[in-house]
Design a protein around this ligand. Structure first.
Ligand code: DX5
Ligand code: ZN
Length: 220
């Protein structure tokens, strides 16, 4: 049985009690903590940045999964690595060409962090073909990046299936992650399509029993 990982999105947590919220996530045995960093330029929203990541990574040990929804992400790779990120995911749409992406991956690996790439709903998944085997993680957006609480876009399922097929056929490793509108029902569709990691924000944080919900989302 393939292991499914849950990555609660901090964006949906109660920012007035971050300490308690992160403790709840860890006690519920979530596998990753997902940080949705937004700059108000690449996406039409501003969320949080380095001080929050630093504060949490200095107190809590979980896989710190940083999703940079920002322009010029490479300007901040070192700062987020120093702030404790274990995975840094940038957006395909922010790089001018494949050479740039290859250089960014090298830079991230030199910083000792895993490299992820994310594609927006309008971006065709086939653009990732030359990057299979290069990136450690592929993040398929199932909503338009910028806001939590949106409705899942089923077109993401074909992208997950395509990535799973490509990785399988070419015997390459790489984690497939999905982000946006995940609930019990969409989690099942994504798992059936071949996803490894489910980013869950609003659906999870509105539940009172995190561990029960996390078990249910895994459909194990
Ligand atoms: C969009 C954000 C959201 C968030 C998850 O930019 O990345 O997708 O992580 O939010 P929910 O689970 O509430 O859709
Ligand atoms: Zn995200």
């Amino acid at each position: 049985m393939k292991k499914i990982f849950i990555a609660p999105s901090l964006l949906a947590s109660n920012f007035l009690s971050l300490d308690t919220e992160v403790k709840r996530v860890i006690e519920a045995k979530a596998d990753y903590l997902h940080y949705d960093v937004m700059d108000g330029h690449f996406v039409p929203n501003i969320s949080f940045g380095l001080p929050i990541v630093q504060a949490i990574t200095s107190q809590f040990s979980i896989v710190h999964d940083v999703h940079l929804m920002i322009s010029n992400p490479a300007n901040y790779f070192e700062a987020f690595a120093k702030a404790g990120a274990n995975i840094i995911t940038f957006h395909y749409e922010t790089a001018k060409d494949t050479q740039t992406i290859l250089a960014w991956v090298k830079q991230l690996h030199q910083l000792g962090v895993k490299a992820g790439i994310s594609i927006k709903p309008q971006t065709k998944v086939e653009v990732l073909k030359p990057l299979l085997g290069v990136l450690d993680l592929f993040l398929v957006m199932s909503v338009e990046p910028g806001f939590g609480g949106q409705v899942f876009m089923p077109a993401a399922l074909e992208k997950i299936k395509w990535l799973r097929q490509q990785l399988h056929n070419s015997k390459l490793t790489g984690l497939i992650e999905v982000d946006g509108g995940i609930n019990l029902e969409t989690a099942k569709s994504c798992i059936d399509a071949g996803v490894d990691i489910l980013v869950v924000g609003s659906y999870l944080f509105k539940q009172s029993h995190f561990s029960k919900t996390i078990k249910q989302l895994k459909h194990e």
